[in-house]
Design a protein around this ligand. Structure first.
Ligand code: B1M
Length: 210
């Protein structure tokens, strides 16, 4: 469908004015936030990833594409987070230490909020101690970690260990996600759960607290 293609193209071109404008138009036409995400924004970002991998574009272009993605996400955020339900629990979420990728983590945070959770987003490049500290401070039921690099996902093991070794947070459930992760990897580091995408992250969080 061309309207989605136009949106994907605006992400690939890194045109944050256009990505915002097209997203607004789609919302006005009644297209759902998840539809916009799955059919326009994500396919656009996937092309960016492929071009980056093939050395057809470089970091500056990827950053500009990320800015266009964030501009569009700002438009759909209110739709993703609207929820009247009382809180289902508190999730502290952040990106692993050394990792600056935040688009996926932000989406997961928005969908969790929309799914009725209270979400405390502690940002990117989060050291292990900070995950523990923030979980304690906010009385979290779940801590969520995102990693996009094979080099940073390995640090998640340390975080899980720190949670298990501390009586005050040892019962906090740890969930992980991000493109290079798998269920097997999550199991191998002792995480309580893994979700491949933002929608399944909401189901996972609900199941972890049953
Ligand atoms: Co980077 N980058 N990047 N990058 N970047 C990747 C990840 C890469 C796969 C590109 C490639 O080579 N094809 C590659 C990693 C290779 C590897 O580790 N094997 C890579 C690299 C190498 C790098 C640098 C090292 C490049 C360099 O400097 N030479 C560098 C590292 C910087 C750092 O972090 N220290 C770097 C930098 C950057 C930018 C800053 C330019 C930018 C990030 C901007 C930002 O996030 N604000 C960037 C981007 C944008 C990408 C790609 C193109 C897109 C990532 C993205 O946002 N995807 C990416 C290629 C790709 O993935 N196709 C790439 C869209 C997003 C919605 O998906 O994050 O997967 P994703 O999230 C999904 C799921 O994974 C899941 O739900 C989300 C929604 O469905 N999910 C969770 C995510 N977190 C979850 C947590 C959960 C549950 C589910 O529970 C808690």
């Amino acid at each position: 469908m061309t309207k989605y293609q136009d949106l994907a193209d605006s992400i690939i071109a890194g045109d944050n004015v256009k990505s915002k404008e097209i997203t607004k138009k789609l919302v006005d036409e009644g297209v759902s936030a998840v539809g916009i995400l799955n059919n326009g924004l994500m396919p656009g970002m996937n092309v960016v990833g492929k071009k980056f991998k093939a050395y057809e574009i470089y970091i500056p272009e990827v950053l500009i594409a990320a800015k266009a993605m964030h501009a569009a996400m700002d438009v759909i955020k209110p739709l993703l987070i609207e929820s009247d339900a009382p809180t289902r629990g508190t999730v502290v979420i952040g990106t692993a230490q050394g990792d600056l990728h935040d688009i996926g983590k932000n989406l997961v945070a928005m969908m969790l909020e929309g799914g009725g959770f209270t979400v405390i987003d502690i940002g990117v490049d989060v050291p292990a101690e900070k995950f523990v500290e923030e979980a304690k401070k906010n009385n979290a039921n779940i801590v969520g970690m995102s990693a996009l690099l094979t080099t940073t996902m390995t640090g998640m093991k340390e975080v899980v260990k720190m949670f298990r070794a501390n009586d005050k947070v040892k019962d906090v459930k740890v969930m992980v996600g991000g493109a290079p992760l798998t269920q097997e990897y999550a199991d191998s580091i002792g995480a309580d759960g893994y979700a491949p995408d933002a929608a399944s992250a909401v189901d996972l969080a609900a199941n972890l607290l049953k």
